[in-house]
Design a protein around this ligand. Structure first.
Ligand SMILES: Cc1cc2nc3c(=O)[nH]c(=O)nc-3n(C[C@H](O)[C@H](O)[C@H](O)COP(=O)(O)OP(=O)(O)OC[C@H]3O[C@@H](n4cnc5c(N)ncnc54)[C@H](O)[C@@H]3O)c2cc1C
Length: 405
């Protein structure tokens, strides 16, 4: 179901489709984004597409035109995302920098910071990783302990971060440091800093997860100097900025995109049509299974409409608020339901791993099922999201502490 689009948006959708048709090389199209975890196109293959998008301003659709963006409204943003996904084009590189940090620098950065960081970020010459979590500060982010001692000309960092996605590829980290340990409440005394990953005293170590990927790292800081001009926003007031960035993160998460979820559902449908039921038919003959697939499709469409309604907030220039938590929570759990159904449809094949002599997507299914566990943890866990939605949106009484908001 697609609710009718106004003529200007119908024209825009046609423009995007034609652009994809004429500009995007076949090697970057046709990827099953919803279900397969395997290697996608290489950075070298992605570069011409990203460059072409940047020239059009479409690489950073929410940024102002003055900084190389497109100043899209919500509907255009969604149409662009949808058409990219429908064409099977994987997410571009540096989304941490473009989707998360970019809007922060545009709103809170100095003109000097915008000039120094936005251009190279958009050109993917400066890749970013997020340095929020610590071994003792995940859900309860405000208890973070990485010390940022204020010294002449800047800060000296000592401590550790963990779960830093793609930090081994990053040129810079945006991170939270405790610059005033005495400040109360704990949310005060935290500052938002931009840190050159190659600064002396930084060590990045890999963390390999159960799906076999090297996505995560732990990052150690020993007497790392960060110049004062890399402080974003006021000293000790980084918590507000940190929360706004989490809003952008939740809103632009690839897996929380209803069209990506719809692609995964289509894959389940296809697998059910191709898998025998042991009775001479295929699993798709089972009305119970078809009903479950229809339920998932309806849920994905409802999420798409709700997200579209909410995105219009960004158009008015407000940073995304706690409502973005609904999309991350709902999208993550919905995606997990889809992948679990996919594994059930494949039966014993759903437990296969690398190297098994079957079609790539089937072999990847077990791995994907393991991989997809992260959806309800990264960017804040489902439990924390429920706590905060209860408190901030539903205004229920606060019985405990829920932090990563
Ligand atoms: C794919 C992925 C990418 C990530 N990328 C990054 C990154 O780039 N940079 C970064 O800084 N971090 C990153 N993280 C870390 C992520 O933000 C944390 O894992 C997350 O916030 C949870 O923190 P934790 O792992 O310390 O779990 P904990 O906070 O220790 O939680 C453990 C369990 O206790 C539950 N729990 C905790 N407190 C409460 C409460 N008050 N009420 C109810 N239940 C509670 C949690 O829900 C969870 O089930 C990433 C994580 C994932 C999975």
């Amino acid at each position: 179901m697609h609710l009718a689009e106004a003529p200007e948006y119908v024209r825009f959708r046609a423009e995007v489709r034609e652009w994809i048709e004429t500009t995007v090389p076949p090697s970057i199209k046709g990827w099953r984004l919803g279900i397969v975890t395997g290697p996608g196109p290489t950075p070298q293959q992605m570069k011409p597409l990203e460059d072409a998008l940047a020239v059009k301003g479409w690489l950073a659709p929410l940024w102002p035109k003055a900084y190389g963006g497109a100043e899209f409204d919500a509907q255009r943003l969604v149409i662009l995302e949808e058409e990219m996904v429908l064409a099977g084009i994987p997410p571009y590189r540096n989304l941490n920098g473009i989707n998360m940090l970019g809007p922060i620098l545009i709103r809170w950065g100095t003109e000097e910071q915008r000039a120094r960081f936005l251009g190279p970020t958009l050109r993917r010459e400066m890749l970013w990783s997020q340095g929020y979590s610590e071994p003792g500060a995940g859900s309860d982010l405000a208890s973070l302990a990485l010390r940022g001692e204020v010294v002449e000309g800047g800060f000296v960092l000592n401590g550790q971060k963990i779960w830093n996605s793609r930090a081994h590829f990053a040129d810079y980290l945006f991170l939270l440091a405790r610059t005033d340990p005495q400040a109360r409440p704990r949310q005060k005394g935290i500052s938002f800093l931009l840190v050159d990953r190659r600064s002396p005293g930084i060590v990045v170590r890999p963390l390999i997860t159960m799906d076999g990927f090297h996505h995560f790292n732990q990052t150690f800081f020993e007497n790392v100097f960060v110049p004062r001009q890399n402080l974003v926003g006021p000293l000790n007031e980084g918590w507000t900025i940190a929360k706004a960035l989490l809003g952008y993160e939740r809103l632009t998460l690839h897996f929380a995109n209803p069209v990506v979820i719809a692609d995964a559902i289509a894959h389940v449908r296809q697998a059910a049509r191709e898998t025998g039921d042991g009775l001479g038919g295929v699993l798709w003959d089972d009305p119970g299974l078809r009903r479950r697939v229809a339920r998932l499709e309806l849920d994905a469409e409802a999420m798409r409409q709700t997200r579209l309604r909410y995105l219009s907030v960004l158009r008015r220039g407000e940073p995304p608020g706690p409502a973005t938590m609904i999309f991350k929570l709902y999208g993550g759990e919905l995606f997990q339901r889809v992948v679990e159904l996919h594994a059930q449809v494949l039966g014993p094949c759903g437990a296969l791993w690398d190297g098994a002599p079957f079609r790539h997507d089937i072999v990847e299914a077990g791995k994907h099922d393991a991989h997809i566990r992260h959806l309800t943890i990264g960017g804040g866990t489902s439990e924390i999201h429920r706590n905060i939605i209860a408190k901030r949106i539903l205004e229920l009484p606060d019985e405990g502490r829920a932090a990563r908001a």
